[in-house]
Design a protein around this ligand. Structure first.
Ligand code: PLP
Length: 376
């Protein structure tokens, strides 16, 4: 059976990336690797819209998140964490693991944070040293209004640290213009690469905090990474193969143009939402993301069973819900190497699953709505 990947990370790989991954190995202290490293950082600066220093790590996205916390703070500091899903929770759990005092802004799963709430917290609490946010909360399919959030944080000395693992190259993100101090992201979502490399961008203010930080770290020490970075190297052996893929992916993005990439995602999300409506399915997200659509499974249906039947019938792999949303939602990604025909296939697969699960709908209604939206 032909398998098709519609999960919000990992995402499908373009042929150019797959070919790049097949190159012979090189040594990481050779000029060829320095060139690769420099080109990748340059390309990441473009997609992050930043002139800030960018450090690369060999890990999945969570590695860059943990490294950021370990490098930005000293024991006992207070941080504000926006929690509206699994990934907001992850920031809180990492901060707690490092002994930080976590003040949380709790957002109902499926809703977006109200930036005024963050501003109020900051006004009341001048001990907060950083605000931890998520651009796209992948567990709920919500994209937060990061620009408004950045405005709310701007007048306070707290750093703004943003998890853009699933938001980068999908949602608008202007790191420098909006004043985002730290962005963390990884290769396996909008960047169309295998998992294996994560990275951070660091503002001047963030770098000052790093100099003062006393939390324990060794492998994840940003100061050591920074010294090597200025020689176009990493302190330890990087995931060279993934770097090859990443360079190729960044080249594809540059050729398409970042604006066009973001427009494509917005368009796919719009088409997907229209199709779900035509199938009589509700969305979870109040402010829906462009990289994935979180669909509420009809109340009388088991979401895990739906997910399994879709795969069995069609080979399409979609994601289910996390934590208390397990079995309650289906997450269909249109992220990275995705186009309109991929979406048609996904909607067809979903209709097939709904049909075998006994959902009442007009077969083809989702496809027709999608196709009509495409012709608009
Ligand atoms: C995928 C993802 C991560 C990172 O998860 P890893 O499995 O560690 O790569 C972090 N945050 C968000 C919002 C994500 O979607």
């Amino acid at each position: 059976m032909k398998k098709r990947l519609y999960t919000p990370g990992p995402t499908p790989l373009p042929e150019e990336v797959m070919a790049a991954l097949a190159q012979p190995m090189i040594h990481h202290r050779w000029p060829e690797c320095a060139e690769l490293y420099a080109e990748v950082r340059e390309g990441l600066g473009y997609v992050l819209q930043t002139a800030n220093e960018i450090l690369l790590m060999t890990s999945s996205g969570t590695g860059a998140m943990e490294a950021s916390v370990a490098n930005l703070h000293s024991a006992g500091e207070s941080v504000l964490v926006i929690r509206g899903g699994n990934f907001g929770d992850r920031w809180a759990r990492i901060c707690q693991a490092f002994g930080l005092e976590v003040v949380s802004v709790d957002v109902e799963w499926g809703r977006a944070v109200d930036p005024r709430q963050v501003a109020d917290h900051l006004k009341k609490n001048d001990r907060i040293t950083a605000v931890y946010a998520t651009l796209c909360e992948t567990s709920t399919g919500v994209t937060h209004d990061l620009q408004a959030l950045a405005e709310a944080v701007a007048s306070h000395p707290a750093l703004l640290v943003v998890d853009a693992v699933s938001g980068l190259c999908v949602e608008k993100l202007q790191t420098d213009n909006w004043g985002v101090d730290v962005v963390t992201s990884a290769t396996q979502k909008g960047l169309m690469c295998p998992p294996g490399i994560s990275f951070v961008s660091l503002s001047e203010a963030a770098r000052k905090r790093i100099d003062a930080s006393t939390l324990p770290k060794f492998y994840w020490d940003f100061k050591t990474m920074g010294e090597f970075c200025r020689k176009d190297q990493t302190p330890y052996t990087p995931g060279i193969t993934v770097l090859y893929g990443l360079r190729a992916a960044l080249e594809l993005i540059r050729r398409e143009g970042l604006e066009a990439v973001l427009d494509r995602h917005a368009r796919l999300a719009r088409i997907c939402r229209t199709a779900m409506k035509a199938l009589g399915l509700d969305l979870l997200a109040e402010r829906p993301a462009n990289g994935l659509t979180a669909i509420r499974v009809p109340a009388d249906m088991d979401g895990l069973e739906l997910q399994r039947r879709i795969f069995e019938e069609t080979g399409a792999m979609m994601a289910g819900g996390q934590a208390h949303l397990r079995g309650k939602i289906l997450r269909l990604a249109h992220m990275g190497y995705a186009d309109e025909l991929d979406l048609i296939t996904a909607i067809s697969a979903l209709e097939r699953g709904l049909q075998v699960m006994g959902h009442t709908f007009e077969p083809g209604a989702g496809l027709l709505a999608a196709q009509k939206t495409m012709f608009d």
